[in-house]
Design a protein around this ligand. Structure first.
Ligand SMILES: *Cc1c(COP(=O)(O)O)cnc(C)c1O
Length: 442
């Protein structure tokens, strides 16, 4: 047996992969190294990473600036307990993030991934109202198709995403509102937004005084199928929430750090939420870390003489210094003029290639927000279970392209270092797949 075969045999023997049916899944692709937007396989093949390795990679794989920052930090301070202790990297990162986020979003709670950032947000919202003497505000609001992570609280908030049917008995109740997804050339969006807002108003009329918070993925629902909404919708929601005294939580785990064209979706929407969750791109895709950032007034409600008012939550690796060093190095790259130009170039190219795709009979609801482009494959079933996604994924992988459709939704979410030629190649192959019946049959 050669080395690669031995590696895959051991993988089969010992590893339980995420979101994978081990019995039917093909052998995983072993990656040896990666550079920029390209993954180098152990089998000598290259794969162009069009999904930023599950939406985390910003500046490219193995970027030397971030790699050096981590290596340097590891020789100075690798980890320290974060209760009763602090360190320069965490302080500097919290200061930088506070400066980049609008208004008084300036109180940073660290945790480990997108799901925990959401758990923390929900717990803060819940305890906030208890600390404020309004324990009756316990209800939560979310949106159909929203996804907020795989832990129990995050699953509850995303219960309508369709991923969690096995766990429905474990979840607590979160009310769900319709989400006004839109696309290029959508003519009925105003009417749909109106209906969604009417549902929100009806809820708030009835339960406004009992509602703790509303959580939403601003501008793009990611795992739900890259469903995009208009910034003005977020603006109107915020007004309604404010009027009813309901806290607004933005889950920017996927949309943060440039994905939607600006640094954060909250800046595009011109809405300041009470709590914002950031993860995936925070460290440029190098290490797991997340933050839940709150408005200052919220934090004040947790202060007092008794420990009872404090937030009793924390994780072993809270504010890990290596992850903080990676995040600071990633932010330096993100704020450079080169990245700004790259974000604009990617969006321009998405728009022109999507416009060309739009006339294809198999393409429905073409849509672009910032560096994210998506369309539905028409006539092949819908939803995450639609088999066309798996067949297309195999078609692309066989041609050296890492694309991972969400059911019948094909999307591109490339790292910012992708070159125009690389992105063109991806679109050329998508056009080829759409015109090649073989990609759909089998
Ligand atoms: C991925 C994602 C999460 C969960 O993040 P993990 O790091 O996978 O736990 C939460 N919210 C949104 C919007 C996401 O895209």
């Amino acid at each position: 047996m050669d080395r690669l075969q031995a590696l895959l045999a051991l993988d089969r023997l010992h590893i339980w992969h995420p979101f994978t049916q081990g019995h039917t899944a093909p052998l995983p692709v072993a990656i040896r190294s990666a550079k920029g937007a390209v993954l180098h396989g152990e089998d000598g093949r290259d794969y162009l990473d069009l999904i930023s390795s599950w939406w985390v990679t910003l500046h490219g794989h193995a970027h030397p600036d971030i790699a050096h920052a981590i290596a340097e930090q590891a020789q100075r301070l690798e980890q320290v307990i974060f209760a009763g202790f602090t360190h320069e990297g965490a302080v500097e990162l919290a200061r930088r993030l506070s400066g980049l986020l609008p208004e008084d979003l300036n109180r940073v709670f660290f945790s480990d991934d997108g799901s925990t950032a959401v758990e923390v947000a929900l717990k803060i919202a819940h305890q906030y109202w208890r600390n404020m003497g309004a324990p009756g505000r316990r209800r939560l609001l979310a949106f159909d198709g929203g996804y907020h992570g795989d832990t129990v609280g995050a699953m509850s908030a995303g219960a309508r995403s369709g991923f969690f049917d096995h766990f429905s008995d474990m979840l607590f109740e979160v009310a769900s509102l319709p989400f006004p997804a839109t696309w290029d050339g959508d003519v009925n969006i105003e009417e749909r937004e109106f209906n969604c807002l009417a549902a929100l108003e009806a809820w708030l009329d009835r339960f406004g005084n009992e509602t703790a918070a509303l959580i939403i993925e601003p501008l793009i629902q990611g795992a739900g199928g890259m469903r995009m909404c208009r910034p003005q919708f977020l603006n109107t929601i915020a007004t309604h929430c404010r009027r009813a005294g309901v806290l607004l939580i933005f889950d920017e785990v996927m949309t943060g750090f440039g994905r939607t064209g600006r640094l954060f979706a909250t800046l595009t929407a011109r809405v300041t939420p009470d709590i914002i969750c950031l993860a995936k791109g925070l460290t440029g895709g190098f290490l797991p870390m997340s933050v839940t950032v709150c408005r200052d007034g919220l934090y004040q409600a947790f202060l007092g003489e008794a420990f009872d008012r404090a937030l009793a939550h924390g994780h072993s690796y809270t504010a890990n210094p290596l992850a903080c060093a990676a995040a600071l190095a990633s932010l330096r790259l993100l704020l450079g003029t080169q990245t700004e130009a790259a974000l604009q170039a990617i969006e321009r190219q998405h728009r022109s290639r999507m416009q060309r795709l739009a006339s294809h009979p198999r393409v429905g609801r073409p849509r672009v927000t910032g560096t994210v482009a998506a369309f539905d494959v028409v006539g092949e079933g819908t939803g995450y279970g639609a088999r066309v996604g798996r067949r297309l994924q195999d078609f692309f992988m066989a041609r050296g392209l890492l694309l991972r459709p969400l059911g019948n939704v094909v999307y591109l979410l490339p790292p910012y270092c992708i070159t125009p030629d690389q992105l063109d190649r991806a679109y050329d192959l998508i056009e080829a797949a759409l015109s090649d019946g073989a990609a759909f049959l089998e």
